[in-house]
Write a protein that binds this ligand. Structure first.
Ligand code: HEC
Length: 179
């Protein structure tokens, strides 16, 4: 064997060694996944439909919540709205329309305020307890396309407090629904 052949043989051998070494190491690092029964894998356990996830309890009817609502708490809760709404009599429109006398007012009806098309299409409706409850829970869910960029008030009792407060903002507050 001449020197050249030796060199080549050496190179091939050392390459083999490296490859073997790597496959040993990777065999340790990436332990091969062996199926429990050859040929097919055991299915991973899937949570049975509905198991554990009890249906969320429905909110109490708004009339029931209003019967125990506290307008003073509602007044505190509307702090979150004041970036966009004024609540005083004669208050200006801001990002949203003024909310004085909103209870019993036709939806989307404040003159001079640029409502979304979604709200403009609802002027035949009147803001009352039920609609306000749904709108304040999720504005975009209740009025798809509304421009009111507000996530909503998730607590049912807080929504009732806010509605009771809104109804006080009037020269002649309307009767609230009774349970
Ligand atoms: C980020 C600004 C913003 C916040 C915060 C916000 N609103 Fe609004 N709101 C709007 C806008 C804008 C509209 C008009 C929606 C449209 O035209 O689709 C609106 C509309 C309304 C309407 C309908 C009024 C009408 O004349 O038909 C009510 C009621 C209302 N908001 C109540 C609230 C209350 C209560 C809160 C706080 C819990 C609140 N909003 C928080 C921007 C806001």
């Amino acid at each position: 064997m001449d020197i050249e052949t030796n060199k080549i043989a050496g190179a091939v051998l050392s390459t083999l060694l490296v490859v073997m070494g790597l496959s040993m190491i990777s065999g340790i690092v990436f332990a091969p996944h062996k199926p429990a029964v050859p040929g097919f894998d055991l299915p991973s356990e899937e949570p049975a439909a509905g198991a554990g996830a009890a249906a969320p309890a429905a909110d109490e009817p708004i009339a029931v919540r209003l019967a125990k609502a506290d307008p003073a708490k509602g007044e505190k809760a509307v702090g979150a709205c004041k970036a966009c709404h004024s609540f005083e009599k004669g208050g200006a429109n801001k990002v949203g329309p003024h909310l004085y006398d909103v209870y019993g007012r036709n939806e989307g009806s404040v003159g001079g305020f640029g409502y979304s098309a979604a709200m403009k299409g609802r002027t035949d409706k009147v803001w009352e307890a039920d609609g306000l409850d749904h709108f304040l829970k999720g504005p975009k869910a209740y009025v798809p396309g509304t421009a009111m960029a507000f996530a909503g008030i998730s607590k049912p009792d807080t929504r009732a407090d806010v509605i009771a407060y809104l109804n006080t903002l009037s020269d002649a507050p309307k009767p609230l629904p009774k349970p």
